[in-house]
Design a protein around this ligand. Structure first.
Ligand code: MN
Ligand code: MN
Length: 296
């Protein structure tokens, strides 16, 4: 069970990203730079007294996850793009994980992702099994006439741990694990025109502390220390490092850290057939009346 104080920290982190969803859905326009969008969101999280739990992911069209703007990124939002914005904030390790998809036009894929998310949330109660939630999501996606991305999942959430100890697939399964009151999870259906599978691709912009290792270069040591302490063991992008290390040295240092297993990398995950994907995500605390922390 969670204490009242823990619940209020989850809610506070959730409110920050919930407001950002409202603000960004109103302000994003074709022509805007992805880098400006990411900076604005991350700055807002800091100003609200929280910390980003990972760099803002902005997956455009077939890129489903793990793309974050590069150091001198020039990409902009184009008319008709499906722009998935996935953000996380934490207060004292209590996390909110939230995503939505922006498009300048009406998009049935986005409606389907939002509906599937709602369907998943609607069955949450103490005692619900993972398989029931997954079935609700899968059914809703198929009812909309589309298919899920089969290898991306929702997940449990713990303090300082945003993948928890279980996953919630967006496809039917037989996992009878029952959720208990006070457990926290994120549901995140990804929807494509038909059932899809994402694969690792370039670029690699996101890294995460894995373990302390002796490394030779000063820059690698500096980055490893930032990864562990400044970013609290949470994922970070290359672009956060530029105020500490020059871009060329960042590249060399990250290669060294990766080679010795001190950091993990997160390559972009995309549909290799180039089909568009929409995503919607909320964080929920299990209760008789579930608390969706990431909605106002
Ligand atoms: Mn997320
Ligand atoms: Mn998530």
């Amino acid at each position: 069970m969670l204490s009242e104080e823990e619940v209020s920290k989850y809610k506070e982190a959730g409110k920050i990203v919930a407001r950002l969803r409202e603000d960004m859905l109103k302000s994003i326009k074709p022509g805007q730079h992805l880098l400006d969008i990411a900076n604005k969101i991350e700055d807002t999280v800091f100003k609200a007294g929280a910390r980003p739990a990972f760099p803002v992911n902005i997956g455009v069209n077939e890129a489903a996850a793990h793309y974050t703007p590069q150091i001198a990124d020039t990409k902009v939002v184009n008319e008709g793009d499906l722009v998935k914005i996935d953000m996380g904030a934490h207060i004292d390790g209590y996390l909110a994980d939230m995503a939505f998809t922006y498009c300048s036009e009406k998009s049935p894929l986005i409606d389907a992702a939002e509906k599937a998310l709602k369907a998943g949330i609607s069955v949450i109660r103490p005692g619900v099994s993972i398989s029931e939630i997954s079935a609700a999501i899968h059914d809703a996606i198929e009812t909309s006439g589309f298919g899920p991305v089969v290898n991306l999942s929702g997940h449990g959430i713990g303090r300082y741990n945003f993948h928890g100890d279980f996953s919630v697939p967006n496809v039917r399964n037989t996992n009878e694990k029952a959720l208990k009151e006070g457990e926290v999870l994120a549901l995140e259906p990804f929807v494509c025109e038909s059932s899809a599978h994402v694969d690792e691709s370039e670029p690699v912009e996101i890294f995460q502390f894995a373990q302390s290792k002796p490394v030779r270069s000063i820059d690698a040591r500096k980055i490893l220390s930032l990864a562990e302490k400044e970013y609290g063991g949470f994922p970070f992008p290359r672009r956060w490092l530029v105020k500490h290390v020059s871009p060329f040295k960042i590249k060399m240092a990250l290669l060294e850290l990766e080679k010795v297993g001190a950091v993990t990398k997160y390559p972009v995950l995309k549909d290799m057939q180039g089909r568009k994907i929409a995503q919607a995500e909320d964080t929920i605390i299990v209760a008789d009346k579930p608390i969706v922390t990431t909605r106002i």
